[in-house]
Design a protein around this ligand. Structure first.
Ligand code: GLU
Length: 432
């Protein structure tokens, strides 16, 4: 599905279903059935051989009722207008659940960044900001890293924005290098947030970590940190994959050494890793599809959207799924999984650690004061555990899935903000 154009439609179908469950006013739901702004641009980039190539870029401001919009920028060949809108909608829901003063946004460029030289990548990053400079800003829309973008790219983007605006403006973008105004703890934040959610879930389910076998699909930044933290607590990580394939070992992997190998094998410039996971350690080679269907206790999709579909949902054996990727399970596939009593911790909660620490970075940039790593971690824990507790409580007490509970919370919060401006009820009754 990730390479089709239906992902936004799927996201809207799910939203409609969740809206009915949450019993929110049709006005609120209606306001979320469309994006506020979707910009498409063509980005001319001078290649190293002197030629010019054109790349298509997008930025979507989905909904800003709760504040300036927030969301990452993705560099990937599968980026499309549909995908960017779906991701921006999910950011809207995610920020509302975490209680952040943000609406949702997302951006992307249709490109295979691994095929670009570091200088081409820098020119592309700067071209994106030149095209979007009027649509982003600390009080308008604040980008961040996403799939195949990183701190270095955020640094180039901030620099380009400041050059255009002729003033310092670090709060325009988050996920920057620490030396350029980034926040401590932002690099691990998505993985740590997911880990904290799993820890909370484990306490409620009475899990003994050593008995829990985990499969992780996607070994990028988020996949690595969640795997590392789980292993530290004694969980057995029996399978890991990247875009080239998957590895399996019944005894479990040592995450740090796999990550070190993967990083050492990266390009000299250190922008992207060249080596595949399958080349690294003693293991059995399996495919990404086989990994998803492994008989494990915890499956963590941490790559792209749409990997669990109606085609494989009936074959998923994991009893618990934690969505570290955005949108890995399509809506109809989720219904199949729920009928089979699977417990799914949804993306809009499980991967919200990234945007929560992005918010801390933005606050630090605006106040001109940097927090310690301990403070960042403590504040992240406080916010995400609070959101987890609220979602879990709503799910248990209102007898709905965790995703339905999460959407309910988000829609009620967004609904309150919509109502504060006055709804049909208010104007119809002529109240003052
Ligand atoms: N791209 C991340 C996400 O999907 C982080 C967004 C942000 O930090 O603004 O949540």
């Amino acid at each position: 599905m990730s390479n089709t154009n239906d992902i936004y439609q799927d996201a809207l179908n799910r939203l409609r279903q969740m809206g009915q469950d949450a019993d929110v006013s049709p006005e609120v739901l209606d306001s979320l059935m469309r994006a506020e702004v979707v910009v498409t641009v063509s980005l001319p980039v001078r290649m190293d051989d002197g030629s010019t190539k054109y790349f298509t870029g997008y930025r979507c401001h989905y909904n800003d009722v709760l504040g300036p919009t927030k969301g990452g920028i993705r560099f990937h060949p599968q980026v499309s207008r549909s995908e960017v809108q779906a991701l921006a909608l999910w950011m809207t829901i995610k920020c509302a659940i975490a209680g952040l003063p943000y609406g949702g946004a997302k951006g992307g460029v249709e490109v295979n960044p691994k095929a670009l030289s570091p200088m081409e990548l820098e020119r592309l990053s700067r071209a994106y900001v030149r095209a979007m400079a009027d649509f982003i800003g600390p009080d308008i829309d604040i980008p961040a890293p996403d799939v195949y973008t990183n701190a270095r790219i955020m640094g180039w983007m901030m620099d380009e924005y400041e050059t255009i605006k002729r003033r310092r403006s670090p709060a325009v973008i988050t996920g920057k290098p620490i030396s350029l105004g980034g926040s401590l703890g932002r690099d691990e934040a998505t993985g740590r947030g997911a880990y904290l959610c799993i820890r909370e879930m484990a306490t409620r389910l009475g899990w003994v970590p050593a008995e829990i076998r985990v499969a992780i699909q996607g070994f990028g930044n988020a996949g690595y940190h969640v795997a590392r933290l789980l292993q530290k607590d004694g969980y057995r990580i029996v399978a890991i994959s990247d875009s080239k394939g998957a590895i399996y070992s019944e005894e479990g992997f040592d995450i740090e050494s796999i990550w070190t190998h993967k990083m050492q094998a990266s390009q000299v410039q250190g922008v992207y890793c060249e080596h595949a996971i399958c080349e690294l350690v003693e293991h059995k080679n399996i495919s990404n599809d086989e990994l998803l269907e492994l008989d494990v206790d915890l499956l963590i999709p941490a790559a792209l959207e749409g990997v669990i579909t109606t085609k494989n949902a009936a074959n998923i054996k994991a009893t618990h799924i934690v969505e570290v990727a955005n949108g890995p399970i399509l809506s109809e596939a989720e219904n199949i999984l729920l009928e089979r009593n699977k417990i799914i911790l949804p993306d809009v909660l499980a991967n919200s650690g990234g945007v929560i620490v992005s918010y801390f970075e933005w606050v630090q940039n605006r106040s001109g004061y940097a927090w310690s790593l301990d403070e960042i971690r403590a504040r992240l824990e406080e916010m995400i555990v609070k959101a987890f507790n609220e979602v879990w409580h709503t799910s248990m007490h209102e007898e709905r899935s965790l995703r339905s509970a999460a959407y309910t919370m988000a829609l009620r919060r967004i609904g309150d903000a919509v109502a504060a401006h006055g709804t049909r009820e208010y104007f119809k009754n002529g109240k003052k």
